[in-house]
Every structure is written in structure tokens, then in C-alpha cells.
Design a protein around this ligand. Structure first.
Ligand code: THU
Length: 140
């Protein structure tokens, strides 16, 4: 899904929440929605999709960023991540890495099941990140 207006943070959270409602989390029951906003104000949202072969399940955040990149997007501003849990659903390590590499040091807004919000810079959730710069600088 994508939308072409510049959303407020609450609209971005609403997009992530709508995505969460469609979550395919039949094994864990842990529903997650993510909505990532491009520099131009477009929003790509996604939900987690689980597999009966559990390890093949995929987080909402990675589906959202991959969907945006697959549509040609290269510059990003912020991401909202929502779940039903009382605790905030901080992105898993794999999602932090993929988001940082593809979206850079964006703002991360988390909303829990009580409707409370927290926000971070992605770099504070992934300090000293390994990036392509490190990889390419290591070559002769
Ligand atoms: N999950 C996400 O979608 N995002 C996260 O940041 C953490 C975990 C999903 C993966 C799995 O479908 C379920 O939540 C339980 O781990």
C-alpha cells in the first residue's frame, strides 16, 4: 500500500495500526504493523507474515522497507512500528540493520497496545552499525 500525502506522525501511526490489523501472525499471535515514510511523504505500510515453518516468518518492518525500495524509493524520513503488546515493540536486530542500510538514520516511532508512544533515532538503537562503507573501505 502507498499514500501520496505528507503524513503527520499520528497519521503514520494510524497507517501502521491499519496494517497491523491485517497481520498474519497465526502462530505467535503477536501482531505488528509498520509504516515507513519517504523523504517525499509517501507511506509504505506492512504487517508481519508468519510461516508454519517458523523461521521463514518475516517482520513487518522489513516487508515495509523492502516494499518501498522495490517501488524505487531511496530516501526516507521516519518509520512507525505498532503492536498490541503492553511493552513497546522495538525492532529486532535484523530489522535495525536492514532499516539502517536502506533508510539511514531515520526517526523511529513506537506505539504500544496502550497507545503510548516513544521515539528514537535509529542510530541510537543500532550504535556502531556495520554498513557498506565499512565493507567497501576494506577492499584494496
Ligand atoms: N515481529 C515483527 O514483525 N517486528 C519486530 O520488530 C519484532 C517481531 C514479528 C515477527 C513474528 O511474526 C512475531 O512478531 C513474533 O516474533
Amino acid at each position: 500500500m502507498s499514500k501520496a500525502v505528507t503524513p503527520s506522525v499520528s497519521e503514520l501511526v494510524a497507517d501502521a495500526t491499519r496494517a497491523k490489523e491485517k497481520s498474519k501472525a497465526e502462530f505467535s499471535g503477536f501482531r505488528v504493523g509498520a509504516a515507513i515514510e519517504t523523504a517525499g511523504g509517501k507511506v509504505y505500510s506492512a504487517f508481519n507474515i508468519e510461516s508454519s515453518s517458523y523461521g521463514l516468518s518475516m517482520c513487518a518492518e522489513r516487508i515495509a522497507i523492502w516494499s518501498a525500495v522495490n517501488s524505487g524509493e531511496t530516501r526516507f524520513k521516519r518509520v512507525a512500528i505498532v503492536s498490541d503488546a503492553k511493552d513497546f515493540c522495538t525492532p529486532c536486530g535484523a530489522c535495525r540493520q536492514v532499516l539502517f542500510e536502506l533508510a539511514g538514520d531515520i526517526e523511529v516511532y513506537l506505539t504500544n497496545g496502550l497507545g503510548e508512544m516513544r521515539n528514537y533515532r535509529l542510530s541510537s538503537l543500532l550504535p556502531e552499525a556495520f554498513t557498506s562503507k565499512t565493507l567497501l573501505n576494506g577492499r584494496d
